[in-house]
Design a protein around this ligand. Structure first.
Ligand code: 6R9
Length: 655
């Protein structure tokens, strides 16, 4: 049975245990419905009250929402606050000695950092950035491994009002250059090397490569954290600064910069339908409110929880559910430098046991790969500290869900399948774990205050069981404010005219079942979801055609057992179509080329060569056909409009 079929047939339902429900913040469906009603009836005061309750303001706001320039919404916009103050300082009077971070390094070494210590480190680094003349509103790119200092760097930017843009450490020099250039960043913060799975990642060397590519002229300084003791890195005098020298002798206090609620907190690049990644710009107050509020609701957070999210800070999950939500509420969390399979596939289970993790949040792709490596493995560990499990990034197939529920959660932990996006900033659709019964494969029901719906092309709601576009019908505080430097693209992409510019269009298709539960079906645009990472097909195509051998390329996705989706590239070379060993050799080279151009996550799984691509008479590439070919399906579509139907046969073989 295919993943889609099994989702369509899923009928199992798991209500929370009485014990879980009774202790929960939202204890039962009545409480959940009451909150939804409150949000429906009094939308603005619902959010206004939460903003007053959950955030500490320097200057209170007088207005909740300004929609006069819709879809450029402003929330709490005459209020002032500082995000790092909200994540650190305000916890100190009562919780200075509470552990904020339990850092487990790739090699297993554990470092614990209290809130007081984290505050001190953030202040010192913030002062260090100031000594480099980093000012409010300046952009700072963070290209770091998953270490404590990555969080210190983000929080330090927030403290002085600099806008950070974290670039995932697995991205290539070219991808880093593009992001630095688009953001016009003045500083890059990196490490000499990263460590993952026992291997080093040459972050500084890649940064140097990016700096030398042209386009990074805005960069004045590269701050380098020394993560490993290996050989000295190449050094550019005047530009490069060691982290430890920068913070040395800096005062341990740093007055936070008081920011307007709407001042940008960060930009995070994500893939869309075109070749150029979009700089998703988030606000300070609305974003933080979304992160904190959803964190406490979705994870039913309690002060003595030990929370662990396995994401990297290079993705939105690492922003909202490592750096901002948990710290904003004062939680204790594990952060992990390594990979789930090193030194062996028991790493997660061993860490849960060792750190007595109670809330665990990971991606379906990690779950699927661990099932494959040892379906019985969790049994060897004491996982009784767990009380809730979460997933994010892609749909989870019911089989993997059931395994997670039984093997990891011992049948007692609710699973929160959280649907959201870089653009939404915080979880949108996810079960309130003390209330909403879960169903394997469904992200269930929206959070109170989130007006999610599924509509057809005309914007009318579709009936239960029918697929349609997932939209959010009212703006909410943590929604993307704009695309950095491209407000037109923001408007066109997310508030299209088809819906009178009124609904936020998520870019996913979905359907609801008879209980109103949401089931996400996939993207409606040319975005692939490979191991929970968003990749634009156009981005990969641009990388391929940048290779001197390649004339033309088209990229599609096909289902993959572990990754969810795999990348298949159809390529036309400038020279003759290669065959046999030659084809395999060229394919390998092109795979490496893409890894070098974008990053290993974008590397095609499969490359097929043709003398041409299937095109309509007007020259449009027929991607539908390529998708069928990639999946090995019989072509049932009408091919009579094709300019060159004979090409299909050629493209059936992979290299
Ligand atoms: C948080 C994050 C967003 C896209 C989104 C959707 C897919 C995320 C999902 C899910 C089904 C879930 N997605 N969570 N699909 N169920 N629980 O992943 O952000 O990297 O921007 O990706 O991921 O397609 O549109 P981002």
């Amino acid at each position: 049975m295919s993943a889609l079929e099994s989702i369509l047939k899923e009928t199992r339902s798991f209500p929370p245990s009485d014990d879980f429900r009774q202790k929960a913040a939202i204890p039962g469906m009545e409480a959940y419905n009451a909150l939804c009603d409150q949000a429906n009836d009094q939308y603005l005061s619902f959010w206004g009250d939460l903003a007053r309750e959950l955030l500490t303001w320097k200057k209170p706001f007088s207005r909740v929402l300004d929609d006069s320039a819709a879809p450029f919404f402003k929330w709490f916009d005459d209020g002032e606050l500082n995000v790092s103050y909200n994540c650190l300082d305000r916890h100190l009077p009562e919780n200075a000695n509470k552990i904020a971070l339990i850092f487990e390094a790739d090699d297993g070494a554990v470092t614990r950092v209290t809130y007081a210590e984290l505050h001190r480190r953030v202040c010192q680094f913030a002062n260090g950035l100031k000594s480099l003349d980093v000012q409010k509103g300046d952009r700072v790119v963070i290209y770091m491994p998953m270490v404590i200092e990555a969080i210190v760097a983000m929080q330090a930017c927030a403290r002085i009002g600099a806008i950070h843009s974290v670039v995932f450490g697995g991205f290539s020099a070219g991808a880093l250059r593009d992001r630095v250039q688009d953001a016009g960043a003045r500083v890059v913060i990196t490490a000499n090397e990263g460590l993952r799975g026992g291997k080093t990642v040459p972050l500084k060397a890649t940064t140097d490569e990016a700096m030398d590519m042209g386009g990074c002229e805005s960069i004045e300084h590269v701050v380098v954290y020394r993560r490993t003791d290996s050989e000295p890195v190449k050094w550019t005098e005047g530009r490069d600064v060691w982290w430890h020298q920068l913070v040395d002798k800096q005062p341990e206090q740093c007055e936070p910069a008081w920011m307007n609620a709407e001042d940008p907190l960060f930009i995070l690049y994500t893939s869309g339908s075109t070749g150029k990644p979009k700089g998703i710009q988030h606000s300070s107050a609305g974003y933080l409110l979304g992160a904190i509020n959803s964190f406490r609701w979705v994870f039913d957070y309690k002060p003595n929880d030990v929370y662990w999210c396995t994401a990297d800070v290079g993705w939105i999950t690492g922003h909202s559910y490592i750096c901002y939500g948990p710290l904003g509420i004062g939680a204790t969390q594990v952060i992990f430098e390594g990979v789930p399979t090193y030194p062996d596939a028991n790493r997660f289970w061993r860490m849960i046991e060792q750190h007595k993790v109670s809330l665990f949040y990971t991606a379906p792709t990690a779950i699927r790969s661990l099932i494959k490596l040892g379906a019985e493995a969790p049994k060897q560990f004491d996982l009784s500290s767990l009380r809730l499990l979460g997933t994010v990034g892609e749909p989870i197939n019911p089989e993997a869900w059931m395994w997670y529920y039984e093997m990891v959660g011992g049948g007692r932990c609710p699973i929160v399948d959280t649907w959201w996006q870089t653009e939404t900033g915080s979880a949108m659709i996810a079960p309130m774990p003390g209330a909403v019964p879960t169903k394997p494969g469904s992200c269930t029901l929206p959070l109170p205050g989130i007006m999610a719906d599924i509509v057809d092309e005309s914007g009318a709601p579709v009936e239960a069981g029918k697929g349609g576009f997932l939209v959010i019908k009212k703006p909410f505080p943590s929604l993307v404010r704009t695309i950095w430097g491209d407000p037109d693209r923001f408007k066109k992409t997310y508030f299209p005219e088809e819906f009178d510019g009124k609904f936020y269009l998520a870019g996913d298709s979905a359907h609801r079942d008879e209980n109103g539960y949401f089931w996400i079906m996939g993207r409606i645009d040319d975005v692939l979801n490979v191991s929970g990472h968003r990749l634009g097909t156009m981005e990969i195509e641009s990388a391929l055609v940048a290779n001197p051998l390649v004339a033309e390329a088209a990229v599609v996705g096909k289902p993959h057992e572990i990754k969810g989706e795999a990348v298949v590239a159809f390529v036309v070379l400038k020279g003759p179509r290669p065959q046999g060993d030659e084809a395999r050799k060229v394919a390998d080279n092109l795979k490496q080329w893409v890894a070098h151009e974008i990053g290993k996550i974008a590397q095609p799984d499969e490359i097929r060569f043709g003398e041409n691509l299937p095109k309509t008479r007007s020259g449009k590439i027929m991607r539908r056909l390529l998708r069928s070919l990639a999946r090995g399906e019989e072509i049932v579509q009408d091919v009579s409009t094709l300019e060159n139907p004979q090409i299909l046969q050629q493209l059936q073989e992979s290299a």
